[in-house]
Each structure stands twice: as structure tokens, then as C-alpha cells.
Design a protein around this ligand. Structure first.
Ligand code: ADP
Length: 397
């Protein structure tokens, strides 16, 4: 069985085609500048060289047609007929409270996702565009929706309700949803495999630390708490997002700077985080470099970021009444030995002691970086959201 995995953004579309026999990646690529001048598809067969196809992509439908042509191409293609695509797995960001797992996409599901578009105005509309385009281009191929929010639907009300008037929850579904669910679930499953223990017996804190960053408390295989909330703005400090702040700051800045709601939203989402504090960059590599060169604001930005992650590890260990593993994943979590070391430096009291010999210089591989005697295992686990989407798609189809 071969699964096409699609992740549609507003002007880009990432894809992978995976042969589920042996979970072998056949090709991957990205369509960029959809609807803009200078659009192209970068196509990369697993056993060949990258091809850049420069062509007009008016919309997501054009992009999907071009990527299918690339998959079928005589020179750099990996399929001999479109019928070889047995199913399509769509990444969808927000499924509200409607879905607690992946589902076969039907008209009813599409309607439900349209209803959620208000909750994720930047993400759900392009995700839906990809679904509509596939429906037209390959009407008989089954499609599955895999949702970023679904894994966190197991959170109890004490984790997902805000202390706001209850009517706001009833009227507008204002509550915590959490995101990156596909990644948190994938690395939790893989960590249980690595530790050789059933996931149903483990208490795990997963730290997905990339440009967008979130953590989850996973007790016996279920997410019971997570740092992102109603939107992906809550929780950790991120590349450009502020994470948790005192909500009173918002009206204060609006008054002092004569700003509109959208101005403040823009500041909190695009100009804050480690970029805002350091003034250097949103990329952790640049900030680590600046900090090493003595830039004080870069040092403080990193310290604020690390401290927040450490605080949530402590909070989640307390919430679960114990801890078996701390898992690092995504761009920073997988690649930065400094971040893992700084975040874990005070956690020996919890039984989590990092082993510098195992941690230093290690990136992008499944491994345990805590000392042999550490009762809480500190794990580096590369995420693979596309593979997880393909697995869920296969299971449903
Ligand atoms: P997203 O998917 O949210 O864009 P990623 O998971 O791809 O994020 O992570 C991207 C971030 O990871 C980069 O912005 C960078 O800050 C960080 N990163 C990647 N490689 C390294 C590295 N070697 N050292 C430190 N940080 C890194």
C-alpha cells in the first residue's frame, strides 16, 4: 500500500509518498509560492537527485497536479500509474472538539472542519483546499484526516478549561486544545519501543522544540496536559511567539502604543519569543552563536526559553505523580545538545541526570542521553509526523 501524505499551507504544500510495506519513503517534495509569481515544485526521489519544476501554480489543485506528474515522471518519478496511490493522508491543524482520532474524510467531516476554520483561520482553510483539490483530481482515492489537536482530546476538563465564565466555553468553545499532537504521539510510541516497556505503563513528558514549541504530559499513552492552548500561542517561549504572558499586558500595550487588536496579535505571534528578547533572530542556531560571542540579550533569551521548559517538566511530573522519561524532539530538541543540557541541569532531584558524554554533539538519532543510573530516562527521539500520518491513514483505510 502506498500513501500520499499532504501538508497544505497557505502558499506552500509539502508532500511525501510512502510505501507502507517496510515504511519506505519513495519521494518527498514541496510546492512553493502557490498563487504567487515564481511558483515551483521541488521534488526529491529517495534514490535520485532533486528536481526543481518551475511552473505556474495558480492554486493547490495545480500544485497537486504537478506533484502527481512528478511522481509519474519517466526520469525522476517513483510510480508507474496514479492508481498506485492507494490513499491520501491530510494533515489538518484544528478539529475542535469533534474528533479525538483520525477519520476517513466524508462530506460530513469536511463540513465539521469548515466549522472549525474560525478556530484556526490561518491553517484550516489551506488544509481544506488540499482536500477539495484531491477530491476533484482523484475522486475514488480514499482520504484520511489526521489532526494536530486529536491526540490531546483525552485531556480532562481540569486541564482544558480556562478559568473564564463557563458560558464562553459553551458559546464559543473557548478551551485549551493543544497542537503538535501527531508528533507528541509518535515520539511517545517510539520512546516506549526504545525503552522496551509498554506505553500504557509509562509517564512521559514530550518536548517538541522547534520554531513552534510545545510539551505534553503523556500518562499511560494518553495526553493529560499540554502547553499550547486555544491557539498555538500559549505555553513555551518560541522562535517568534511569546507563549504564556499576563493577559493584562495586552490592553496595557494597546493603550500605551495606541495599537489595534491585530497589531498586538502580530507582536505576540511574530515579533516576540527568542527573537523579541534577543533582537538577533528567531533561529536558535543564530542565538546560540550570539550568546557564545557574549551577546547578553541572546543569553537571556535562551535562559528564559530553557527555564520555561524546565518549569513545565517539573509541573507535569507533579501532575502525573511521577516520571519515567523526558523526550526531546523537533529542530532544537533533536539538534541542540546545549539546550538539552541546560534544560535538564537541575533535574537530578527528580531522578533525571543527563550524561554529557552521551549528549554532547549528538543530533538527529534515537538514543538515551541520561546516565545509566538515572531513574528517569532522558531521550532524544527524532519526530516523523509524515510517517505517523501515513500509519494512521493506512490503519483507517
Ligand atoms: P518548525 O517545524 O516549527 O518550523 P523545526 O522543528 O524545523 O521547526 O525546527 C526549526 C528550528 O530548530 C530552527 O529555527 C532552529 O532554531 C532549530 N535548530 C535546527 N538545527 C539546530 C541546531 N543544530 N542547533 C540549534 N538549533 C537548531
Amino acid at each position: 500500500m502506498k500513501v500520499l501524505v499532504l501538508n497544505c499551507g497557505s502558499s506552500s504544500l509539502k508532500y511525501q509518498i510512502i510505501n507502507m510495506v517496510g515504511e519506505e519513503l519513495l519521494a518527498k517534495g514541496i510546492a512553493e509560492r502557490i498563487g504567487l509569481e515564481g511558483s515551483f515544485v521541488k521534488h526529491e526521489p529517495a534514490n535520485g537527485k532533486k528536481e526543481v519544476i518551475e511552473t505556474e501554480l495558480k492554486d493547490h489543485k495545480d500544485a497537486i497536479k504537478v506533484l502527481i506528474d512528478a511522481l509519474l515522471d519517466k526520469t525522476y518519478g517513483v510510480l508507474s500509474s496514479m492508481d498506485e496511490i492507494n490513499a491520501v493522508g491530510h494533515r489538518v491543524v484544528h478539529a475542535g472538539e469533534k474528533f479525538s482520532g483520525s477519520v476517513m474524510i466524508t462530506q460530513e467531516v469536511i463540513d465539521a472542519l469548515e466549522d472549525c476554520s474560525d478556530l484556526a483561520p490561518l491553517h484550516n482553510p489551506p488544509n481544506l483546499m488540499g482536500i477539495y483539490a484531491c477530491k476533484e483530481i482523484m475522486p475514488s482515492t480514499p482520504m484520511v484526516g489526521v489532526f494536530d489537536t486529536a491526540f490531546h482530546q483525552t485531556m480532562p476538563p481540569s486541564s482544558y478549561l480556562y478559568a473564564l465564565p463557563y458560558e464562553l466555553y459553551e458559546k464559543y468553545k473557548i478551551r485549551r486544545y493543544g497542537f503538535h499532537g501527531t508528533s507528541h504521539k509518535y515520539v511517545a510510541i517510539k520512546t516506549a519501543e526504545l525503552l522496551g516497556k509498554p506505553l500504557e505503563e509509562l509517564k512521559i513528558v514530550t518536548c517538541h522544540l522547534g520554531n513552534g514549541a510545545s510539551m505534553a504530559a503523556i500518562q499511560y499513552g494518553q495526553s493529560i496536559d499540554t502547553t499550547m492552548g486555544f491557539t498555538p500561542l500559549e505555553g513555551l517561549v518560541m522562535g517568534t511567539r511569546c507563549g504564556d504572558i499576563d493577559p493584562a499586558i495586552i490592553s496595557f500595550i494597546m493603550e500605551k502604543e495606541d495599537m489595534s487588536i491585530s497589531d498586538v496579535n502580530n507582536i505576540m505571534n511574530k515579533k516576540s519569543g527568542v527573537l523579541g528578547v534577543s533582537g538577533v533572530s528567531s533561529d536558535f542556531r543564530d542565538i546560540e552563536e550570539a550568546a557564545q560571542d557574549g551577546n547578553e540579550r541572546a543569553k537571556i533569551a535562551l535562559e528564559i526559553f530553557y527555564k520555561k521548559v524546565t518549569k513545565y517538566i517539573g509541573a507535569y511530573a507533579a501532575e502525573m505523580g511521577g516520571l519515567d522519561a523526558i523526550v526531546f524532539t523537533a529542530g532544537l530538541g533533536e539538534n541542540s545538545d546545549i539546550a538539552r543540557k541546560e534544560i535538564c541541569k537541575n533535574l537530578s532531584f527528580l531522578g533525571a541526570t543527563i550524561d554529557n558524554n552521551k549528549n554532547d554533539g549528538v543530533r538527529g538519532k534515537e538514543t538515551i542521553v541520561s546516565t545509566d543510573g538515572s531513574s528517569v530516562k532522558i531521550v532524544l527521539m527524532p519526530t516523523n509526523e509524515e510517517l505517523m500520518i501515513a500509519r494512521e491513514t493506512k490503519a483507517i483505510v
